[in-house]
Design a protein around this ligand. Structure first.
Ligand SMILES: *[C@@H]1O[C@H](CO)[C@@H](O)[C@H](O)[C@H]1NC(C)=O
Ligand SMILES: *[C@@H]1O[C@H](CO)[C@@H](O)[C@H](O)[C@H]1NC(C)=O
Ligand SMILES: *[C@@H]1O[C@H](CO)[C@@H](O)[C@H](O)[C@H]1NC(C)=O
Ligand SMILES: *[C@@H]1O[C@H](CO)[C@@H](O)[C@H](O)[C@H]1NC(C)=O
Ligand SMILES: *[C@@H]1O[C@H](CO)[C@@H](O)[C@H](O)[C@H]1NC(C)=O
Length: 714
């Protein structure tokens, strides 16, 4: 039956192939991202020019004007906006493909594909044997058959080598003279584009080259929004292979379709050969839980989230519908089980309640949400997965509901196309990976339950020795009451648990303290047992009159592996000559080697008769490489850590000091460059101390301070 349909199709294509004036030339090209072609044969021609769009490059190449060669492809350098027009394609001899992130390669389809539409007059592929298996005679040769089909008299017909061609558009399709003296010419067996790949089920896995609809309309490229605006942008549906303008089925229709170049017809189905055996490719089948959007869910849940029983898929009562088992083969629309045949958010069903047409079955648990099966590369700003849960198991909220907030507080120019639904994303290129907004008012946003892929190295940051960028600037010195608060250790905090000193900390804003997460070993700690003392020097002296005692209202844990926590105070500290704020370094700045720093703490001193006074030790910073050497390979310090050591006596940090700061001076300004954490040893000779490098987490701190609202109790 579909054979006769095909014949009809051929006719129609001939009529509609007459290209409209406004047709975008990119439709003649097949795109490969992040690839370019390198010639090994230097006699091949290239021409380049600055042009700011691929459309213009394509137009020039298609018109083939102004070249000394025939343009077969072009590579577009996105960074410099330059076209490189090529006299060759990836199938030419003397050429190889090269991965290059700056380039996208566009090749004229006619030169690279081995299938035809209609009579194949435009076929320019490299098949050179006939249907009977006879090798073709070279067009420029008159042996064994003399003929008049010369390259020069058939301009644009590409009578090259001995490739099958159809220069006169004959019924039988591309042909050639054969090398057999007995057979003058013969047709070649070049498949129709409708046949090169068959469709099983509803064609969601079809990746073939058909680019015309069933009535012969040319398909619109998925990466263009003209003539039809649409939501199926390739970058949004990375697993749907929305390549060029090929027929695809990204949304669970009954078979592949495409947008069309006819302004009157937004989309149409494509006719493609069905496979003999439609086998479902069971990659993601689950029965007890849903993965992703649950398209592979084949379990037996038969009620909706609200408990309403489901209607059978093979019944039209109480709701009439097209989701019959016949229409959606391979979707397992059996009984009345929850299914997701159409790419919805989750499995669903028609309900047996005449007043409620559809119900979602979100009560089916998600599979492996927290086992981090997924991972991200780099900073995760290209992460396109469906994870929508934070590391504290909160559900993410929709990006579009938070867009104003995002632009106002965090990042002015997010790529909104990437921010679909409520999926974990990284619009501001956060060093610590994808995150999302939540609907918990005390946790406006948090990082997601996903880690960097193990094989993936930490993205490179500035290295010691690179042009050192400063950590602070003198503009920022804060003066209170005419006295610089930088005089004493006014930002030093004693964190107390059940009224005993437990950890150090630093006041970095009126209502925020930065300390080590180890000071709160259980995340669900009852914060009532904690206090923060500000403005104290001697923690034994009960009478210190400049002391401010604060309650802690919230812990905000730092990014994974940071060992940091921010404490939100239940009310703001009052800045005085004795209580002040320590400056934070700029994001990712480098503290030069041999900078003189201090560590402060009320911790264990090695002395028995400790008097309760704040202790200070002098350290100088050393580079990470030297630090590793000093530790003789027992510890490898990384980008998130900073090393400093005592130049004289063994001095350093110990229990009770954790959470306290490593403070270094730059241009007379004191900056908090490190946080003391456990596990890096009490002061030992020749072993530098290792601290959390605050500059590495500066953006996280800033983001929390900007977005986590301080409740005002009235
Ligand atoms: C492309 O460049 C032309 C001039 O060179 C300029 O007028 C035009 O605005 C540019 N278009 C884009 C999209 O940058
Ligand atoms: C199923 O998928 C695998 C890998 O993705 C592929 O190799 C195989 O050919 C597919 N089978 C069918 C029937 O599509
Ligand atoms: C749902 O499935 C269970 C077990 O298969 C069955 O006992 C029950 O009757 C079904 N409920 C509905 C509403 O179809
Ligand atoms: C801290 O909380 C306690 C009760 O948990 C309360 O009695 C006390 O007044 C609070 N202190 C401050 C400074 O808010
Ligand atoms: C640096 O090393 C520490 C300790 O091994 C680890 O906890 C942390 O995750 C590492 N940080 C980075 C950014 O690799």
């Amino acid at each position: 039956m579909w054979i006769s349909k095909l014949k009809l199709l051929l006719l129609v294509i001939m009529f509609t192939d007459g290209k409209g004036k406004r047709r975008n030339a990119l439709h003649d090209y097949q795109k490969v991202s992040e690839v370019t072609l390198i010639r090994t044969d230097m006699s091949l021609d290239i021409k380049t020019k600055l042009l700011n769009s691929t459309e213009l490059c394509a137009k020039r190449c298609s018109k083939n004007k102004g070249f000394t060669f025939f343009c077969k492809a072009f590579a577009f350098d996105r960074s410099t906006k330059r076209c490189h027009w090529l006299s060759f394609s990836s199938t030419s001899a003397g050429v190889r493909k090269k991965r290059d992130f700056a380039f996208d390669l566009y090749e004229k389809k006619e030169f690279i594909r081995d299938c035809i539409h209609g009579k194949g007059e435009n076929y320019k592929g490299t098949i050179s044997v006939t249907k009977r298996g006879l090798p073709c005679q070279t067009w420029s040769s008159m042996i064994p058959h003399e003929h008049s089909f010369l390259h020069s008299s058939y301009r644009g017909k590409d009578l090259r080598e001995n490739y099958c061609r159809n220069p006169q558009g004959e019924e039988g399709g591309p042909w050639c003279f054969t090398t057999s003296p007995e057979v003058r010419h013969d047709v070649c067996d070049i498949p129709f584009c409708t046949e090169v790949e068959c469709v099983s089920c509803n064609g969601e896995s079809y990746r073939g080259p058909m680019d015309y609809t069933e009535t012969g309309k040319e398909c619109q490229r998925w990466d263009l929004q003209r003539p039809h605006k649409h939501k199926f942008r390739p970058e949004r549906y990375p697993d749907k292979s929305l390549d060029d303008n090929y027929c695809r089925n990204p949304d669970g229709k009954s078979r592949p379709w495409c947008l069309t170049l006819d302004p009157e017809t937004p989309w149409e189905f494509c006719t493609i050969k069905p496979c003999a055996h439609s086998i479902e490719n069971a990659t993601d089948i689950t029965t007890e839980c849903t993965r992703g959007q649950g398209e592979g869910y084949r379990g037996f849940m038969n009620v909706t989230y609200s408990g309403t029983p489901c209607q059978r898929w093979d019944s039209q009562y109480p709701h009439q519908h097209n989701f019959t088992p016949e229409n959606h083969k391979c979707k397992d629309l059996t009984e009345n089980y929850c299914r997701n045949p159409d790419g919805e958010e989750s499995p669903w069903c028609f309900t047996t309640n005449p007043n409620i047409r559809i119900g979602y079955c979100t009560q089916i648990p998600m599979c492996d949400v927290f086992t981090a099966e997924e991972c991200y590369h780099g900073n995760g700003n290209n992460y396109q997965g469906n994870l929508a849960t934070t590391r504290l198991k909160l559900t993410c909220t929709m990006w579009n509901e938070n867009m104003e907030e995002l632009k106002r507080l965090i990042f002015r120019g997010p790529d909104e196309r990437m921010l679909n639904k409520n999926y974990c994303r990284n619009p501001d290129n956060d060093v610590h990976g994808p995150w999302c907004y939540t609907d918990n008012p005390t946790i406006p946003w948090d990082y997601c339950a996903i880690s960097r892929c193990e094989a993936d190295p930490t993205p490179p940051l500035s290295k010691l020795g690179d042009s050192v960028h400063s950590c602070g600037s003198s503009k920022h010195v804060r003066i209170v009451n005419g006295i610089s608060t930088q005089t004493g250790e006014v930002w030093m905090v004693s964190l107390r648990y059940r009224n005993k000193h437990k950890c150090g900390g630093s006041l970095i804003k009126e209502s925020w303290i930065l300390t080590a997460s180890q000071c709160f070993p259980s995340r669900d700690e009852d914060l009532r047992h904690y206090e923060a003392w500000l403005g104290v020097h001697n923690i034994f002296d009960k009478e210190e009159k400049n002391k401010q005692i604060m309650n802690i209202s919230q812990l905000v844990f730092g990014p994974k592996g940071s060992n940091l926590v921010l404490l939100k105070l239940s009310r703001s500290a009052v800045l005085t000559n004795f209580v002040g704020i320590i400056k934070r370094p700029y994001h990712d700045c480098i503290v030069p080697e041999k900078t003189v720093c201090n560590v402060y703490g009320w911790g264990y001193t090695g002395r028995t008769n400790y008097n309760g006074l704040l202790q200070v030790a002098n350290l100088v910073t050393i580079g990470n490489d030297k630090c590793n050497e000093n530790h003789q390979g027992k510890i490898i310090v990384n980008e998130s850590e900073i090393c400093a050591k005592s130049e004289s006596d063994p001095a350093g940090t110990c229990e009770g000091d954790y959470g306290g700061p490593l403070v270094c001076e730059e241009d007379k300004i004191k900056l908090i460059q490190g946080v003391i954490i456990p596990g890096r040893g009490c002061a030992t000779p020749n072993r530098p101390g290792i601290f959390v490098r605050v500059a590495y987490y500066a953006k996280w701190i800033e983001k929390v301070l900007l977005t986590y609202k301080v409740q005002s109790f009235s």
